[in-house]
Each structure stands twice: as C-alpha cells, then as structure tokens.
Design a protein around this ligand. Structure first.
Ligand code: ATP
Ligand code: MG
Length: 187
C-alpha cells in the first residue's frame, strides 16, 4: 500500500482540545511559585505560569474540520461572569497530582452543565461527561513523595469574565497549550 492510501493517511487531521478558565497573569505567577516550592519538596513536574488553567470540559481529539462547529456550539452558551476563590490545596494519591481548588459557585456549575449539553447536542463526545466536576488547577504532576504535607492556601480571588477553547500539544517535557477562542461571560 502506498503511504497516501494507508489507514493513517486517510484519517482526518485532529486537534486535542478542551474548554477551560485561564487565570490572570498575576494569579498564575503566584500559583507557579507555589507549584515550584511544592515540587522542590515533593518531587514532580511543576506547571509553568503560562500553562496554568482550570479545565471545564475535555474533548480530546477532534477533527480540525469540525472546530468551527465546536466553536459555534460554545458560542451558544451564554454564561454569567463570576468570582472564584481558590482556597485549598490537595494532593491526589491516585494520579500524583498536587492541585489548588475552589468551591463551585452556581454560575460555574451552570456553565459546565450548559457546555456539556451544548457539546452533546452538536455531537461532540466529552471524555469526562460522567465524572462529577471538581474544579481544580493542576500545580504539580507526577509527585514523587505522596506523604508531603500540603500547606494552607491563602485565598486567591479571581473574576472569571470568559472561558476559552484550548488546543493541547502533549510532549515528553509537558503539554503546550494554545488558546484558540475566547467566549465572553456576561456581566
Ligand atoms: P500532561 O498530559 O502532559 O500531563 P495535561 O494533562 O495538562 O498534560 P492534556 O492531557 O492535553 O494535558 O490535558 C489538558 C487538560 O484536560 C488538563 O487539564 C487535563 O487534566 C484535562 N484532561 C485530560 N484528559 C482528561 C480526561 N480524560 N478527562 C478529563 N480531563 C482531562
Ligand atoms: Mg494529560
């Protein structure tokens, strides 16, 4: 079989994508510092300032030709702006992730719900559709020492006025993200 007729060549080009909240640079800088300090004690790979985010819905590989449809589905979601307060750190043992978390204000729960409904209605499969939503920002991956004590979190407030569609390119050194489209939240 010639390369252009191989099954791989006939598969459409895809992008690995997800919807997220992207923190302001100042908050990201503070959290990147927390991540570096924790990784220094516990081992693992700290998130870089420019990669910190809070995932709302993960889709995985989507054909690039369908991205306009995905963007149109998200445009139909008319969420309200809201304040988030990151107020606790956690260390998940099962996936070795150190994270910062917040309560889920009603507009955030509504946004995640409406996004799921809009994506499903347009025929997009979400990887995490059946998992309860636990808002968190991953600060360190592959934590080596899982018994490392987790410090108290100085509460950090953040006004969320948009959500974004992001493309992820995963590499051995960690993922790189590209914000493709912002979607405003009202208010
Ligand atoms: P790496 O894979 O290098 O550790 P990453 O997990 O941040 O980096 P991606 O795997 O592209 O990069 O994931 C992008 C975002 O989506 C991350 O916030 C990740 O936690 C989340 N995510 C990835 N896979 C899933 C999944 N199956 N269900 C829910 N969320 C996911
Ligand atoms: Mg991943």
């Amino acid at each position: 079989m010639s390369p252009e007729h191989s099954p791989a060549a006939s598969r459409p080009p895809v992008a690995r994508v997800f919807f997220a909240l992207w923190p302001p640079a100042e908050l990201a800088a503070t959290l990147a510092g927390v991540a570096r300090d924790f990784a220094h004690q516990a081992g693992g790979r700290p998130s870089r300032q420019d990669t910190l985010h809070l995932t709302l819905a993960f889709l995985g590989d989507v054909p690039i030709s369908r991205l306009p449809e995905l963007q149109a589905a998200a445009e139909g979601v008319r969420g309200e702006a809201f304040a988030l307060t990151l107020d606790h750190f956690g260390l998940w043992q099962h996936n070795r992730i150190f994270w910062a978390g917040c309560a889920t204000p009603l507009p955030l729960a509504a946004l995640v719900h409406d996004l799921k409904v809009a994506l499903a209605a347009s025929g997009f499969n979400m990887a995490d559709a059946n998992r309860p939503f636990v808002p968190h920002m991953t600060l360190v991956r592959k934590v080596a020492r899982l018994q490392t004590p987790v410090a108290q979190c100085v509460p950090q407030q953040w006004m969320c006025r948009e959500f974004v569609l992001v493309r992820s390119r995963v590499a051995a050194s960690g993922a790189d993200y590209e914000v493709l489209t912002p979607f405003p939240l009202i208010g």
